[in-house]
Design a protein around this ligand. Structure first.
Ligand code: DGL
Length: 279
């Protein structure tokens, strides 16, 4: 069985583009429909109920456009919505969890940092992986939280002085505690790798969830008979709920930055096709 329908990819904003890059590499024959809820970003400081309701509306908008499954490329939305989405929609829903497991496996100092939004810190997905992987291994987890970083990435200021100042402030205690791995527990944060390195050099190995979620998505689609059957040529289209003129240059810039675990390569792509919708 095959399916030519697009795969939906959802984030509160442009952060999920860091996941989209891994998805397109792992699934080069798939059409992708990316939805950024830019009218409501950031989600991180919102209540559990608001995050769940906004995520539900966005996934419903993708479902109405005929997607065959959705990758919730947002740690904050995943933390509060996966069970609810799976009960409501009859299609694969794939979520994200911060990459604590590989960080625990890789640490030599026994201390790892997790950088995430307040929502992700509050949700049970993060505490579950800490309980499952870090605690039995005796690894200390240092949490660093911010509500400012997501809006800075949305504004195209991931490399700017304010982002660097915020990172310096919240990651200094993590570095001082001896952490050698830093889990980027929000999909916007891979785009901050340059600023983190500018402030902390090679103090941390940076870990994101992109490659793991892309492999998992491939397995899920394959298992459900939903792969397109094409080996290449899949295109991506972009939907935003906010001002498309504002989003377009940021999306184009971030698409060209192929980031994976803190390493970046430039990628040439077609100019993005961006449409504005209401959810
Ligand atoms: N990219 C989202 C995440 O992974 C950002 C959440 C927000 O909008 O605050 O958590």
């Amino acid at each position: 069985m095959t399916s030519a329908a697009p795969l939906g990819v959802f984030d509160s904003g442009v952060g999920g583009l860091s996941i989209l890059a891994d998805l397109r590499a792992a699934l080069p024959g798939e059409e992708m429909l990316y939805l950024a809820d830019t009218a409501h970003v950031p989600y991180g400081a919102r209540s559990d109920e608001e995050i769940r309701a906004l995520t539900d509306r966005s996934v419903a908008a993708l479902h109405a456009r005929g997607v065959k499954g959705v990758v919730v490329a947002c740690n904050t939305a995943s933390a509060f919505s996966l069970g609810h989405l799976r009960a409501r929609f009859d299609m694969p829903i794939i979520g994200l969890v911060p990459a604590v497991k590989p960080a625990v496996q890789a640490t030599r100092t026994g201390v790892v940092g997790v950088l995430a939004t307040p929502g992700t810190m509050r949700g049970t997905l993060l505490s579950d992986v800490i309980r499952e992987f870090a605690e039995p291994a005796g690894v200390q987890v240092m949490k660093a939280v911010s509500t400012e970083l997501v809006p800075l990435v949305e504004a195209g200021e991931a490399d700017g002085p304010r982002a660097r100042a915020v990172l310096r402030e919240i990651l200094t205690p993590v570095a001082q505690a001896g952490a050698d791995q830093l889990v980027l527990g929000c999909t916007h944060y891979p785009f901050l790798a340059g600023s983190i390195r500018a402030e902390f050099g090679e103090a941390f190995t940076l870990l994101d969830s992109g490659a793991a979620v892309a492999r998992h998505t491939r397995r899920v689609l394959d298992g459900a008979g939903l792969l397109s059957g094409r080996g290449q040529g899949g295109q991506a289209r972009y939907l935003v709920t906010g001002d498309p003129q504002r989003a377009a240059p940021v999306i184009a810039t971030l698409l060209a930055r192929n980031v994976h675990n803190g390493k970046e390569t430039h990628r040439a792509d077609l100019p993005p096709r961006i449409e504005c919708i209401q959810t």
